[in-house]
Design a protein around this ligand. Structure first.
Ligand code: HEC
Length: 180
């Protein structure tokens, strides 16, 4: 179960992974294909857990913690937290925005399945609209980071959270109708 929570004054606390740990299986690689063709290795669950989740958490974190307040990790070049890495501070925020905008492309590659084996309906107009929301939110984050605009963090984080929620409401949480 995934929730983009809202606490107090629009503080989005992130996407909590509450239940289905280990419930997904990696997707079998698509066969053959020229080297220049996109190939699918992960099902939707792992794209979410591996790419969208960590990137959006950077944005959710800086709602409450100034991005420049993070001390570099003991070994910043291998830090697993972008905010304490060599690309920390506002760079980490901008990079997370780019990561989300680019990750949106992975959500429309035809043939990716969800963990229940269903092929994601990437051709659906509303799926594409939700993906566009992720792109727009990601690039909004990039803009904010370029301007180091602390005042816009809450609103921008809300855009990101909404972009996740809108698709999850239809394609992740709804067991009977749209569940991918
Ligand atoms: C276009 C649709 C779509 C968008 C946009 C989307 N998701 Fe998802 N998400 C899904 C679907 C579908 C699943 C279920 C995947 C599966 O079961 O294989 C999922 C699952 C997840 C999971 C896995 C939870 C678990 O059970 O382990 C996480 C984490 C997640 N999404 C985070 C995000 C975040 C963060 C965003 C926004 C930045 C986002 N998602 C945007 C469709 C979407």
């Amino acid at each position: 179960m995934v929730r983009c929570g809202v606490v107090g004054r629009l503080i989005v606390i992130g996407v909590l992974v509450l239940a289905s740990r280990g419930s997904g299986f990696a997707q079998a690689p698509a066969p053959g294909g020229a080297a220049g063709q996109p190939r699918i290795y992960a099902n939707m669950l792992y794209v979410m857990r591996g790419i969208l989740y960590p990137a959006s958490n950077v944005i959710f974190t800086v709602q409450s913690d100034d991005p420049t307040s993070f001390k570099p990790a003991a070994r910043p070049s291998t830090s697993s937290d972008p905010l304490t890495s060599v690309y920390g501070g506002w760079d980490a925020v901008g990079n997370a925005g780019f990561a989300l905008a680019e990750a949106a492309n992975l959500l429309i590659v035809p043939g990716r399945t969800c963990s229940n084996g269903r092929v994601a309906p990437v051709q659906n107009a509303d799926w594409q609209m939700f993906v566009q929301e992720v792109r727009d939110a990601g690039m909004q984050v990039v803009k904010l980071a370029e301007k180091k605009d602390s005042d816009a963090i809450l609103d921008t984080a809300q855009l990101v959270a909404d972009s996740c929620l809108h698709c999850h409401n239809k394609y992740r949480n709804n067991a009977r109708a749209g569940r991918c």
